[in-house]
Design a protein around this ligand. Structure first.
Ligand code: ATP
Ligand code: MG
Length: 414
């Protein structure tokens, strides 16, 4: 017997249907907002991620799957942004550009609830817009999408981590403040402070966090331009009617963010509570050799999000399962026409083996989860109706062929 690797899953049945319903809702919603889908390779040259994500991040330090073939070092894609920008530059795509990606990511993490080694992300990237309106707009779009798919009880946290100018001044201030506390910090934090100091705020250790509670924060030490940008983002969010909380310790795991950072969190998820994370990253495009281009974007973990949505998604409710049980081979023509009619009405429809007894076919209908089985034989053909059995209630009724179109369109699904 073979087993799947740790941290991976076989997706099928309801779980996959729910995931796909989220994906198709994302395609149509973000499509209406002007986002074009993009699909990049699932592996890239490893240097792309080392360069873009940042040497001291969790991802680059521990989580990337790397492999060497013919002396070339490759990596399985751990996140989407670097690949999208690489593709944008390589294919010389025009600005402004809006991309949607929906694909698997790979990270060597310790598997637990809501944390896998292969997982999906739905993400958007808006390239070429620098104004605070767009920072707020991508947050608004994320929120509207969550509302559309029936997500509830999430909160939005917001912060600004400034630009390179405010950060270098703030860094010296922080170094002074932390002097006395350095011995209390964990090894990781001490190391990070030297390499990518803002990342210390991301530390999961309570002893470190107790120190960081007391120190001055980056959002209170922004340069004039960054402070103005941040103020405008919050004004737009207020205009859009979006509730958010400022979290002065929110810094995000990746190196390339500038100014706005945000996370959507869900209280019901325990330790893995972030469902969407993103922000502005004005420095990355140039870092990767492209034109100096302001960018914003976010990534969502649909699997984690689905853990918070117990009921069926509205997008899934559009269809019902039908099963046609015919009484004999000679009805196959009518049965296939009926099947097409039901499927064209947006429902799932399967056909039984008309050589089997009605009882055997209805049993199969039950097994595949059909809501209705439709029985079709000599009486039905002669008098022009379908016998429709509701598999939940057991109720059976005759629907005239002429009324069947409206029956199909009125059936919304459960
Ligand atoms: P975390 O702090 O949970 O490790 P992260 O900062 O690594 O998150 P991002 O790289 O910003 O997360 O990814 C964006 C979203 O992708 C996360 O908010 C989460 O919903 C999802 N995600 C990240 N890693 C995983 C994983 N291993 N399994 C499932 N979903 C994940
Ligand atoms: Mg992580």
């Amino acid at each position: 017997m073979y087993q799947k690797p740790k941290g991976t899953r076989d997706l099928f049945g309801k779980e996959l249907r729910r995931l796909e319903a989220m994906n198709s809702a994302a395609r149509s919603f973000f499509g209406r907002n002007g986002y074009e889908e993009i699909r990049t390779p699932s592996f890239e040259f490893a240097a792309l991620f080392d360069r873009s994500i940042g040497a001291t991040t969790d991802i680059v330090e521990h989580e990337i799957y790397k492999f060497e073939v013919s002396k070339k070092l490759y990596a399985l894609r751990p996140e989407g942004t670097a690949s999208v920008l690489r593709a944008f530059i390589e294919n010389r795509i025009a600005l402004p550009a809006r991309f949607l990606y929906i694909c698997s990511m790979y990270r060597r993490e310790r598997p637990q609830k809501g944390r896998y080694r292969e997982f999906e992300q739905i993400g958007i990237e808006l390239l070429g817009e620098s104004k605070p309106f767009f920072d707020a707009e991508i947050i608004d779009q994320a929120k509207r999408y969550l509302d559309l798919i029936g997500a509830r009880d999430y909160t939005i946290e917001l912060n600004s981590i400034g630009c390179q100018d405010c950060r270098s001044e703030y860094r010296e201030k922080l170094r002074e403040e932390l002097k006395a506390d350095i011995p209390k910090l964990c090894d990781d934090c001490r190391r990070r402070f030297e390499k990518n100091f803002l990342r210390i705020f991301d530390c999961k250790k309570e002893t470190c966090q107790a120190v960081y509670d007391r120190v001055p924060k980056i959002s209170d030490n922004l340069c004039t331009e960054c402070a103005e940008h941040y103020a405008q983002v919050t004004e737009y969010l207020n205009k859009f009617g979006i509730c958010y909380a400022e979290n002065k310790k929110l810094v995000r795991g990746l190196d390339y963010y500038t100014r706005t950072v945000f996370e959507f969190k869900h209280g019901g998820l325990g330790a893995q509570d972030t469902i969407i994370a993103g922000g502005r990253y004005d420095l990355l495009m140039k870092e990767l050799g492209g034109p100096d281009t302001p960018c914003t974007g976010w990534a969502m973990g649909p699997e984690r999000l689905l853990l918070t949505i117990p009921e069926d998604l509205p997008a899934l409710n559009a269809k019902e399962i039908f099963f046609i049980a015919g009484m004999g081979e000679r009805f196959v023509g009518d049965i296939v026409a009926l099947r097409n009619q039901i499927q064209d009405g947006g429902h799932v429809c399967m056909v039984g083996d008309p050589g089997e007894s009605i009882k055997a076919q209805v049993r199969k209908a039950n097994r595949v989860g059909a809501k209705y089985s439709i029985i079709y034989g000599e009486d039905e053909e002669r008098e022009g109706y379908y016998t429709v059995k509701n598999m939940d209630s057991g109720e059976q009724r005759k629907i005239p062929k002429n009324d069947f179109v409206s029956f199909i369109s009125e059936t919304k699904g459960s």
